[in-house]
Design a protein around this ligand. Structure first.
Ligand SMILES: NC(=O)C1=CN([C@@H]2O[C@H](COP(=O)(O)OP(=O)(O)OC[C@H]3O[C@@H](n4cnc5c(N)ncnc54)[C@H](OP(=O)(O)O)[C@@H]3O)[C@@H](O)[C@H]2O)C=CC1
Ligand SMILES: O=C(O)C1=N[C@H](C(=O)O)C[C@H](O)C1
Length: 264
């Protein structure tokens, strides 16, 4: 039996790649392609929008009653995800949340919804970024209390709405958990004084069509260690999200992570 999969934000940059790659994967049948109510492409075929020809699934705002998806993958905007949460909890549909830019309150709502259905929530679906989360934790542990400054630089395309990226925030949280920095310093300007060791510097660069780069710098007097990930295309995120969808089908309510999917 094929997995019936739905996409939320289906006409977006990521949504189009997901529709395309899911159609190439014999494990899936695409049954829903959801978009914001005001999207001008509502009613158009999701495959036509993705550039792969007609697949018989129109872009819609409401999730049709039938066929019920076995899982939904969300790459949209925070307000859209919050709306979708009501639908997936009412209908007990597992959800992969890949959207970023949530407030702390919105994150708490997503975690609360996981009491009612299975939710996998990750700011980055790529295998190697998730490996880098682990390497960063190890580096932070080994360099703890050794007089290192930590700065995080992320680069993304000019269309990105949230800053810093959800992934950069996750790198910062990992280092803070291990080393205890109390403050995130978003850029610097003016006579800000010497750098305290209690902050992590955060720098968001927005350039052209960059699909995502993250650098974590551990630097002390005389040397710098740089951990770097560079995306080549959006397909690394899309493939990770489809692996997460396969993993989540049939799982009981609860929160899951890419570590579970990738066996890290
Ligand atoms: N976790 C990960 O690995 C990754 C996460 N992302 C995140 O995914 C999200 C989407 O990225 P990207 O595809 O580049 O962005 P896009 O803007 O290209 O796509 C978002 C889509 O969501 C649609 N949308 C807007 N409002 C709603 C709504 N209320 N309900 C449903 N859909 C809606 C947008 O429509 P419209 O254009 O009409 O506004 C658009 O089609 C971002 O938050 C990004 O940071 C991206 C890549 C990887
Ligand atoms: O908007 C993007 O493009 C990306 N967003 C995610 C984030 O905010 O971390 C993941 C990836 O870097 C691409």
């Amino acid at each position: 039996m094929k997995i019936a999969i739905g996409f939320h934000g289906a006409a977006g940059r990521m949504g189009q790649r997901l529709v395309t790659l899911a159609r190439e994967d014999a494990a899936f049948r695409v049954v829903a392609a959801l978009e914001g109510a005001s999207n001008p492409k509502i009613g158009q075929d999701a495959g036509e929008v993705a550039g792969i020809g007609t697949i018989g699934v129109p872009l819609s705002h409401e999730l049709p009653l039938e066929p019920k998806p076995d899982v939904i993958v969300d790459f949209s905007v925070p307000e859209g995800t919050m709306e979708l949460l009501k639908v997936v909890t009412a209908r007990q549909i597992p959800l992969v949340v890949a959207t970023t830019g949530f407030t702390a309150e919105q994150k708490a709502e997503i975690l609360a919804a996981a009491h009612q259905t299975a939710i996998l929530f990750s700011p980055n679906m790529s295998l190697s970024v998730n490996v880098l989360f682990e390497l960063t934790r190890q580096a932070a542990q080994m360099l703890k209390d050794k007089d290192f400054d930590v700065e995080i630089i992320e680069k993304h395309h000019r269309f990105k709405k949230d800053s810093p990226s959800g992934t950069a925030m996750q790198f910062a949280r990992i280092v803070q958990e291990v080393q205890g920095q109390t403050e995130l310093r978003h850029g610097r300007e003016g006579l800000v004084g010497e750098r305290p060791r209690t902050e992590i510097g955060m720098h968001a660069v927005r350039v052209g069509d960059n699909v995502g780069e993250h650098e974590i710098l551990f630097s002390t007097l005389g040397e710098t260690l740089e951990l770097v990930h560079r995306g080549h295309s959006r397909d690394s995120y899309a493939r990770g999200a489809l692996a997460a969808a396969k993993f989540l089908v049939g799982k009981p309510a609860g929160t899951y992570s890419m570590r579970d999917v990738l066996g890290l």
